[in-house]
Design a protein around this ligand. Structure first.
Ligand code: AMP
Length: 283
């Protein structure tokens, strides 16, 4: 496995790869890798002759500097995991290499980029689009792998691909959870033991809420999920939206859409750590 810091070195290598007719898979990450990332990398390794894993903590997608400062940085361990998954290349650039000058491009893809995370983290998806578009220009992958953990992000990235005419297939990979149901996340390592103990309640309650469809309206389901999570000391819902899976706009009746998803963000503990999750109700 080779690790590249420089764009031009990676591009020279990939030029040779493509000359041999080999297909390239890209797995964009911010590091602090876990089994969720590993599932994306393993899938790319299976489906492409060559896999590039980018490890880049992208500052332009953080609207909260504290969150960026706290974010775990574990490049050495990340490289071991990437190699064990069978990928050929790691791309781990510095901020100056990725952004030799400030990126002033503005990406907005309403409604997918403006609801939920888009509303709560202004600029977040703009930063995601800035870095993902750069990675696409640099790597020129045949396929790029994204996790359903960041469910809204996939919807936004698909809009980006159409917008910039990128010739890349977006491969959606299922969310990987711990045994107790907590969605695996790099931020989980920041949870204290007592916080980690209460965090699985988020998915437990979301899963239970899929059983309420026959007896409760969307509005009632919405209120009950929030009330049950907030009743647990140390958890506080930031938002819970029940939306159409394609437009990401709020749905008022279960019958109004064939594809309905509940998206949630919960603050956990004293710091607090922001955890996101989602549940499919229909479709
Ligand atoms: P991140 O490093 O958090 O930017 O994540 C990089 C990629 O890994 C994104 O496409 C995420 O959606 C995906 N990912 C992160 N956690 C998980 C998980 N628990 N299951 C599946 N994919 C994940």
């Amino acid at each position: 496995m080779k690790v590249f810091e420089n764009i031009v070195d990676l591009q020279n290598e990939l030029f040779e790869v493509r000359k041999e007719g080999k297909q390239v898979g890209l797995v964009p990450t911010m590091g602090a890798l876990h089994e969720g990332h590993a599932s994306l990398i393993e899938r790319s390794v299976k489906e492409n002759a060559v896999t590039v894993v980018s490890v880049f903590l992208n500052p332009t997608q953080f609207n909260d500097k504290g969150d960026l400062d706290r974010y775990p940085r574990t490049l050495e361990a990340d490289c071991k995991l990437i190699e064990a998954c069978g990928a050929q290349y790691v791309f781990a650039p510095t901020v100056a290499e990725m952004y030799p000058m400030p990126d002033t491009r503005q990406f907005e893809f309403p409604p997918q980029s403006t609801v939920m995370e888009g509303k709560k983290r202004p600029g977040h998806f703009n930063g995601v689009c800035q870095v993902v578009s750069r990675l696409f220009y640099i790597v020129r992958p045949n396929r790029a792998y994204f996790g359903e953990k960041d469910w809204q992000q996939i919807a936004v990235v698909k809009r980006l691909v159409d917008y910039i005419n990128a010739d890349v297939e977006i491969v959606e990979c299922p969310i990987i959870r711990d045994e107790d149901g907590l969605a695996k996340s790099s931020r989980n390592s920041l949870l204290a033991a007592d916080e980690r103990a209460i965090a699985p309640n988020i998915y437990r309650i979301l899963k239970a809420s899929t059983e309420w469809q026959n007896s409760l309206t969307i509005k009632e389901t919405h209120s009950r999920v929030i009330a049950e999570i907030n009743a647990i000391e140390g958890l506080e819902v930031e938002y819970f939206d029940i939306v159409d899976g394609n437009t990401l706009l709020a749905v008022n009746e279960w019958a109004d859409s064939a594809y309905i998803v509940g998206c949630i963000t919960v603050y956990c503990g004293k710091t607090p750590i922001r955890l996101i999750d989602h549940i499919k109700y229909k479709g």
